[in-house]
Design a protein around this ligand. Sequence first.
Ligand code: FMN
Length: 384
Amino acid sequence: MSLQYNSRYPGIDDLIRKAKKKIPRFAFEYLDGGCNEDVNLHKNTIELRQVELQPYYLAKHAGSDMRTELFGQVYDAPFGISAIGLQGLMWPNAPEILAKAAFAHNIPFMLSTVTTSSIERISELTGGKFWYQLYHPTENEIRDKLINRAQDAECKVLAILCDVPTFGYRPRDIRNGLAMPPRMTLSNILQIMGRPEWAIKTLIHGQPAFANMKPYMPKGLNMKRLGEYMNKTFSGRLNEEKIAPIRDMWKGKLVLKGVAAPEDAEMAIRLGLDGIIVSNHGGRQLDAAQSTIRSLIPIVEKYKNKIKIIMDSGIRTGPDVARTIASGADFAFMGRTFMYGVAALGDEGGNHTISILKTQFKQVMEQVNCAKVADLPNHLIKTV
Ligand SMILES: Cc1cc2nc3c(=O)[nH]c(=O)nc-3n(C[C@H](O)[C@H](O)[C@H](O)COP(=O)(O)O)c2cc1C
């Protein structure tokens, strides 16, 4: 896939600025915000950027190859697209735009349980080359149905989420009365009127809906009731008794998303999981948590090569991906970065953002003189 991007928006910050102007405030704040006072949100990127890399300019240069193997699949770059809920609220069709772009660029796309495209639709678009993120349902019957649907859709990797034992406290969403579909308060109507392209596209595509959960949920949930519904429908507090039967059921690769403690990584290994995603949900759950780069270090020290270690949260750019891999992660995922791209540039946003990230990451590899992604740790000067 050739790398094409719009030179008016070469940086992720350009996309953030553009996205803010393009979509209603309630949708932008849902995407952009963290929990409580946003401490963990900001710490993720700030601390990750303390990682420094060593270039070797005079050493022999053997070229730089971004291709990376993960779970038997060779991807074109060592990063993927994380699961984001309610994507259609930020831009109509966003999950489909991103799934198509990920497929074309040969990087992984992870579909959320609570987003606006179905498992079956994403399978169609990617020929089954996608990951599915499972919020653990309270009822085993719903759990089994979702897992079977993903299995029938030939999904390759199932990610079970462990960092939402309860719904995060997100003041902006509470203030905005965020709802699916958007509630027509005077403030929301004014915000929508100020964003005509978003409004027209949403009208054409129809109101966003929870495509995967639709068969199992009541209609018209506002954010307060969505929180209650999530807490009732999903029992996000995972343990050995809940993970073990999923390991038995799921034939593909299984990863645990939301790991912050070495103890949880240890349990994932004991239960026979294939990977862990060191993640704090992009700073949306526990404001007093460590940054993910700080959580990553002791996990890498103890468990590197015992299980695949993936990291997300706070990664925004190609250099950030390089910092993550140099610190010992096998692979990186990003959530907001790609959604800023789609909110800013619509249909072009997926291709644009992946192209920027590939270009930036390759440039870092060439700059430090690194031939293979797995060699990046040889360039680590200092981690946090
Ligand atoms: C708006 C938003 C919605 C999210 N929804 C989900 C979700 O439905 N399921 C999930 O596993 N993670 C969800 N996450 C977390 C992401 O998968 C990922 O862990 C996080 O975005 C990584 O941080 P980053 O945005 O700094 O890259 C969400 C994150 C954001 C920003």
